[in-house]
Design a binder for this molecule. Structure first.
Ligand SMILES: Cc1cc2nc3c(=O)[nH]c(=O)nc-3n(C[C@H](O)[C@H](O)[C@H](O)COP(=O)(O)OP(=O)(O)OC[C@H]3O[C@@H](n4cnc5c(N)ncnc54)[C@H](O)[C@@H]3O)c2cc1C
Length: 391
């Protein structure tokens, strides 16, 4: 059985149309020939492979949900499968594209005016403009909804931004960053697009990061940074609007967690067939089969959840708490699956070349970003009990 069929045990891919499956097959071929060969070196060096940026655009992997005028967006089911395929090869690359496609383009599409969408989205759809999303702050992670320290002060036709942002993916090289700040006038959250080179904006790479090493996360400082009112996303009036963006992207993180699990499971299955101990392949040992079956159960359950969330999104019926449950469940199962893949390989499991330890480390970031397990659990808990337990 080929690896793709082996890790899609219940054949979820058959839910796609014939054209969609052909697109997915091309995506896999592109990833196998151009991305897979460089991922371990890029991860080890913690360097972003800029040469791949135009190739991602040419392969049609950008702006699937927010295409240029005249093109229909693809289904959430297909964009989910595409994100999963990228993560199956490299969660860093799916995170790079998730930040650009989902968080940055998503903010402009959801929160911007028609003119603003027209101004930025076409260049973002071919990656000639790369986006980032600046919400988290040094003192504000899980509790960002409670209030931001970064301020926006209106001064005539401009806004003056002061504050700091942390963990901002693509932040070191992005052409634009959507910065969320508290309007000192009405104390509500405003979203303001800050373009590269704006005086008062600086970004420094966070060093010493041992998950998603290829993604360039930045500390951003805004020091009297002046931005025209024309860059304030016109349809962001409060944190409730920011949540509309996050609802869509949390489903995407669930797909990324499925991809990481499939990548690790496929590597473990192949390894089990090749590695011999006690005179036979370790695949023939009951406890190894137990690990593989448990991994496959996790992969399959996570994929079922991601698929159903995408179907609900396509029907316009996905609730916040449904996306939150998928994000927390799939990333939790992913932590188990990648650890079992590593365990199955024994000592070799900690070598990059065997494709387990990179997934093992990367899943730690997926587990925490876009709402930790605890925070997404509280979103679910509030929905199922009717009682908010956020403190
Ligand atoms: C690799 C990476 C990439 C990222 N990319 C971006 C990005 O591009 N843009 C962006 O804006 N942000 C980004 N983030 C930030 C990310 O969204 C935050 O890390 C996340 O929301 C958690 O915040 P925190 O790390 O400050 O943890 P904290 O909020 O400090 O939480 C610490 C611990 O306390 C728990 N906790 C907090 N509150 C409660 C509670 N009420 N009840 C129970 N437990 C609680 C948490 O679950 C966690 O276990 C990124 C983070 C990482 C690691």
């Amino acid at each position: 059985m080929d690896p793709v069929t082996a890790s899609d045990y219940y054949g979820f891919e058959s839910l796609l149309t014939e054209d969609e499956r052909a697109f997915l097959k091309n995506t896999r071929e592109f990833l196998d020939s151009e991305v897979r060969p460089i991922v371990n070196d890029a991860w080890e060096a913690a360097e972003f492979p800029h040469h791949l940026v135009p190739r991602f655009a040419e392969a049609g992997l950008v702006g699937l949900a927010y295409p240029p005028a005249g093109h229909a967006p693809v289904s959430r089911l297909l964009s989910g499968f595409v994100g999963m395929e990228i993560s199956r090869v490299d969660p860093s690359m799916s995170t790079f594209l998730g930040v650009h496609n989902g968080l940055a383009m998503g903010s402009i599409a959801e929160l911007g005016s028609d003119e603003q969408r027209e101004r930025w989205l076409p260049a973002m759809a071919d990656l000639s403009t790369i986006g980032a999303f600046g919400l988290t702050e040094p003192h504000g992670g899980s509790d960002v909804a409670r209030g931001l320290e970064t301020t926006a002060r209106r001064d005539g036709d401009e806004w003056v931004l002061d504050g700091a942002k942390r963990w901002i993916g693509n932040g070191t090289f992005a052409d634009l960053v959507v910065i969320f700040a508290k309007d000192v006038e009405d104390e509500q959250v405003k979203a303001i697009v800050v373009e590269k080179g704006t005086p008062g904006f600086s970004a420094t790479k966070i060093e010493g990061k041992f998950a998603l090493r290829t993604v360039q996360n930045a500390d951003i400082v805004l020091d009297g940074c002046r931005v025209p009112e024309a860059n304030r996303l016109q349809r962001c009036a409060s944190f409730r609007d920011v949540n509309r963006v996050l609802k869509a992207t949390r489903g995407g993180v669930a797909w990324n967690a499925v991809g990481a699990q499939r990548g690790a499971y496929e590597a473990a299955l192949a390894y089990a067939g090749e590695r011999e101990q006690f005179g036979r392949p370790i695949a023939g040992f009951q406890m190894i089969q137990d690990l593989l079956a448990r991994m496959l159960g996790n992969v399959t359950a996570s994929m079922a959840m991601a698929v159903r969330v995408a179907q609900l999104q396509d029907a316009g019926e996905c609730r916040d708490d449904q996306a939150a449950l998928a994000k927390s469940f799939c990333t939790s199962r992913a932590r188990e699956t990648v650890a079992w893949a590593r365990e199955l390989m024994g000592g070799n499991g900690i070598l990059l070349e065997n494709d387990a330890i990179r997934f093992f480390a990367d899943v730690e970031a997926l587990y925490s970003y876009e709402g930790t397990r605890e925070i997404n659990t509280l979103v679910v808990g509030r929905a199922i009990t009717g009682v908010g337990a956020f403190v």
